[in-house]
Write a new protein. Structure first.
Length: 441
């Protein structure tokens, strides 16, 4: 990859230049033969930091699998693959991470012949054990969020996966928090550390931290009042249990808020719908477990709300890392019951007094449409925008983010026009193809 190639990729991605961390990572990978550990805050662009230099090491002319990226969750696997696709580097890739039968993934694998694989540990081992993956030519291993991948919950799966990659030449490990040690079976050698975690910089430099007192042990009404005060700002509400997410989400919807719920008990389609609606501005509140604290590409989150206290400092760091991304500012709110106290690691906070008179919940600016056709049907983003404008009566300014997958597409449209669009497009065809068009709620 020449310098001009790099500039072309950055232009495609809408990035003027690499950050200091990304440049340091690229230099460490490109100009050394040893393994690399990259430590950098959540949201600082670590995926692009490792992809750009490693893509230069791969041979696009061979069908062999050459690089495996192990991640702890499905969302990060899929989003990392999307980053690779967006570079336009011309390398074939796939994510194997559950959410659909392994047999379906294997069928796709035979067609795609991936040179780069993004995988969760369990599903990777499943394919290796079944002989679906030939690992003989895999020379590069990336472990993203290695602190989580290498903890006790994944340890046996990780050992099996690494042992199944016999010809590794380089290992790159990345995380937003450091680990006490790296297990011996990873076989790191000549390690070079790229450390952009500044322990001396207080979190409050970019994130203001507030406490909100609830007079009742059940804090739902206090949470609703806080969200009403925040208006149309985007907020993630963190809870520690799946059933608590469901209960809180149902309560807020009953109060008139437009929300998305996200936790590991939901099927993949519901998780994708929830994240998409929140990231494109169709819901203002994401109610979630700590599953949403890592590996999600959600830009410009204004507020983090801790309905339940974080389980520890590491969980706190990852939660707050969802806001103040790429040097922007954000706010973190702790909703405290009568007997709850802040953990010591939180540091200085400011009290937040909720006004007596508050406006009703605000409607979001956008709504999300599901369109049941995608790339496999020769449908492009331009086709969808044109259809929504011509048949749905929208102005281009009323169409927001549009994402087209192989089998379906999502489109954000102005919230106040969604009913009109659904009425006008009922029974209409996109490029001569009849399809399902419905609002994602």
């Amino acid at each position: 990859m020449t310098f001009m190639d790099l500039q072309t990729i950055l232009h495609k991605l809408g990035i003027e230049r690499l950050s200091e961390m990304q440049e340091a990572t690229a230099e460490a990978i490109a100009h050394d033969d040893g393994d690399v550990v990259v430590l950098s805050p959540t949201g600082s662009g670590k995926t692009l930091a490792y992809l750009l230099p490693l893509l230069r090491c791969l041979d696009p002319e061979t069908d062999a699998l050459q690089m495996v990226v192990i991640v702890p969750g499905r969302e990060l696997a899929r989003q990392s693959q999307e980053v690779l696709r967006a570079t336009g580097a011309g390398l074939r890739s796939m994510s194997v991470c559950g959410g659909r039968p392994a047999m379906d993934e294997h069928r796709e694998m035979r067609k795609v012949r991936p040179q780069v694989l993004f995988a969760t540990p369990g599903r990777l081992n499943d394919h290796i054990d079944k002989g679906n993956i030939d690992t003989d030519e895999v020379a590069y291993l990336v472990i993203d969020e290695f602190d989580k991948c290498l903890n006790m919950g994944f340890l046996d799966e990780m050992r099996h996966a690494v042992d199944s990659l016999p010809r590794l030449r380089r290992r790159v490990l990345l995380s937003a928090t450091d680990a006490d040690s790296i297990p011996r079976f990873v076989r790191m050698s000549g390690v070079r550390r790229v450390d952009f975690l500044n322990d001396d910089e207080p979190l409050g430099e970019r994130v203001r931290v507030f406490t909100v007192q609830s007079s009742e042990k059940d804090k739902l009404h206090t949470l609703a009042r806080l969200l009403r005060m925040l208006g149309r700002q985007s907020s993630i509400v963190f809870l520690n249990y799946r059933d608590s997410v469901e209960r809180t989400d149902a309560f807020l919807r009953g109060e008139g808020f437009v929300t998305s719920a996200f936790h590991g008990g939901l099927d993949q389609k519901k998780r994708e719908d929830a994240l998409y609606r929140f990231s494109n501005g169709s819901s203002l509140v994401l109610v979630a477990t700590d599953l949403a604290s890592r590996g999600l590409d959600i830009p410009e989150v204004d507020n983090i709300i801790h309905y339940h206290l974080p389980l520890g400092n590491e969980e706190y760091v990852h939660r707050v890392g969802r806001t103040a991304r790429w040097h922007s500012a954000g706010a973190s709110y702790f909703v405290l019951g009568p007997e709850e106290h802040l953990p010591e690691y939180v540091g200085e906070t400011q009290p937040c007094e909720l006004p007596g008179e508050l406006p009703p919940p605000q409607a979001p600016r956008m709504a999300t449409l599901y369109i049941g056709k995608g790339k496999k049907d020769k449908i492009s983003r331009g086709d969808i925008v044109g259809f929504l404008c011509k048949k749905g009566g929208l102005d281009k300014s009323e169409v927001g983010r549009v994402d087209v997958t192989d089998r379906y597409a999502y489109a954000a449209v102005a919230y106040e026009r969604v009913r009109q669009v659904l009425q006008l497009t009922r029974g209409e065809k996109i490029k001569g193809i009849r399809t399902v068009i419905e609002q994602v709620k």
